[in-house]
Design a protein around this ligand. Sequence first.
Ligand code: SF4
Ligand code: SF4
Length: 298
Amino acid sequence: MAQFESPIPGSPVVPEMVDGSYPIQFQCKPGISCWNACCSNIDITLTPYDILRLKKRLGLNSAEFLNAFTVPYELDKDDIAGVKFRPVPEGTACQFMTDAGCSVYEDRPTACRYYPVALLSMRKQDEYVDKDSYALVKEAHCLGHLEPRTLTIDEYRAEQGVKEYDELARGWRQLILKKKSCGPAIGKPSLRSRQLFFMACYDQDQFRGFVSSEGFKKLFDVPGEEMDKILGDDVALMDFGFRFLRQVLFGEMSITLKDEAAQARIAEAKARRAEEERIAAAKFAKEEEGGGDEGYDD
Ligand code: SF4
Ligand code: SF4
């Protein structure tokens, strides 16, 4: 069994990486004396599919949901954004916690379904195939670990309805893993790319508006039938968003650019390069005139 070191001293994560066949002793049930302890102090990252399910349940659009229930945070050092649940005002509890338990139980996010298991995804270089491993989180307040029930992590995932959530968040997790593992090779994404990442992953209704805009249609050649499906189905739109982001972030050209637009883009890039070269040449000439080699390394 592989070992990993938690970066946080005193972390409740058991430092052992296991697979789905690993047996855990755990049960959470109404009446347990720690009822709601886990939902009273939250730190829950949301996947795009979590947002899609919750906004639908609450009858909100994505902007309304994001404003009321989430806070953005940096998923990595290059400012790629994630979103977390926003707790109750001036508190740490989840806004959906009630005395009777979770008020959005059927649509609760992936992290709530997994608890007390943590999902660890890893990716082989240059592959989109990620491999899932798990770790167990043992927090002192959670008495579910003392209940006399043993089941494997795979059985627990099935019981908690996690498989669908994992499948539908895979495209998002793969984007993040690829971004992290490429590191300096692709550099820091531009502000525009980071805005597109946020919109396509989290602000899904705004992304729908973006995809149906005249500007998008002028630039990209998406066949009519496919476009109808993308615009009429939340999951198809989300998957298209992941595909679009692979094109934006990693240059994987799976959405055809219209000829005219492609030519215009190439012309723009050439003009930009020519202008950069002109500025560099002017700067060099000025420095030569000044008679020195200041600012240049030998
Ligand atoms: S969504 Fe439900 S299960 Fe998750 S933290 Fe909130 S109340 Fe708890
Ligand atoms: S057993 Fe654990 S997961 Fe269940 S209510 Fe208690 S603290 Fe939360």
